[in-house]
Each structure stands twice: as structure tokens, then as C-alpha cells.
Design a protein around this ligand. Sequence first.
Ligand SMILES: N[C@@H](CCC(=O)N[C@@H](CS)C(=O)NCC(=O)O)C(=O)O
Length: 222
Amino acid sequence: MVRLTLYGMEASPPVRACLLSLKALDLLFDIKQVNLLEKEHLSEEYLKKNPQHTVPTLEDDGHFIWDSHAIMAYLVSKYGKDDTLYPKDLLKRAVVDQRLHFDTGVAFERGLRSITEPLLFRNQTEIPQHHIDVIVDIYNFLETFLMDTIYMAGNQLTIADFSLISTVTSLVAYKDIDGTKFPKLTSWIKRMESLPYYQESNGNGANKLVAMVKSKSITIVP
Ligand SMILES: N[C@@H](CCC(=O)N[C@@H](CS)C(=O)NCC(=O)O)C(=O)O
């Protein structure tokens, strides 16, 4: 029997993306808490598993894999009953990969992490208006990705949806999504929320992160 372990905390969006994937694949796994606020990711023990000290890290049979996008692709490729969540067809896969890279470099890194880590770890509560504009740009890009499809990379659910829903439901801590301006994005979020494993895998953790952000007295500065 496969025994997988996911290291991380559910407030973390990339951890939640992996939880969604593990649940979608119906895999058995343990969660080992790594609390970033307690600096547990910098412990000697964790650094041996992941010298880059990010969460999540996946342990599979003594092997350690990190970066949520690499973890999700690995899980589907190794344990998926079929390839729908990460298609083998090269063109379909290229679209999924583009969305995953968009999450890594733009939505998560530029949009979310660059303000959330300074806020939560160094109490930097001033957020420049141009950063809020970056978040709106991200919503605009996502609305465009959904122009002709119901999921982020086509009409099938893929790991691109898991990645982006975990980030988007965290970005709303800084900027609400206006349903009249972003109708497709709003419908996609509702579609994702209707997945049977959504609440336990993403909803609860997203609520925790949003509450952590909202507990700070943020000021938007010019
Ligand atoms: N691209 C990475 C990003 C992971 C990441 O930055 N995680 C944050 C928490 S949400 C983290 O571990 N920060 C602590 C650190 O980098 O030391 C992924 O998708 O796994």
C-alpha cells in the first residue's frame, strides 16, 4: 500500500493545491504539520528533506519532492487512473503547463507571496496601490483564460485548476472579485467550490489565510 506524506500547513496555497490533487486522485496520505510562523521549515530536520525550505514537500517511499506544481504532476503521472488531470497529449499539456507557470511566476509569486510574506512575517502592513492593480491584472488574465472553456486549461478539470484556485481564493484577502467584471472567473470559482473534496482541501485553509491577512491593519498607499 502506498504511504504518502505531505509536509506543510493548510493556510499555504501551494499546500492546498496538493491536497486537492491528493483527494481528486483518492490517495491515502498523512499530513505532517510544518508551521512557518514557528519557523519549523527552517529546522535541520526539514532542511534535510527540502533545502529550499518551502512548503509543501511530498514524501513518497523515502523520496522528497517539492514545489506544488512538480508534486501535482508527479502524483497524476504516477498514481492517476487516467491522464485527465494532467494530459499526456502534448498540446493539451502545454496549456496546463502554461497555467502552472503562470501560477508560479505571476499569480502566486508576484500577486500573493510578495506581499503576504512581508505582511505576516515582518508586519509590513503598507501595500502600494500598484500591487492591488497587479492583482486586478491577474483576475483579468484568468478571465481571458476562461474565455472559451469552463476550466483553466480546457473543458476538463486539471491540476492547473487546483493550482490557481488555491491562489485566487487567497488573493481575495486583498481584492474582492467583482462578479460583474469577472463573470467567468466567478462561475469557475463556484464550479471549483462544488467539488466534493473542495472545502476540506482548499476552503478551510483559504479561510484561515484570509483571516490571518485581515487580522492585520493593512493600509493601501499610493
Ligand atoms: N513555487 C512553490 C512555492 C512554495 C512557497 O513559496 N511556499 C511558501 C508558503 S505559501 C513557503 O514555504 N515560504 C517559506 C519559505 O520560502 O521559506 C510551490 O508551488 O510549492
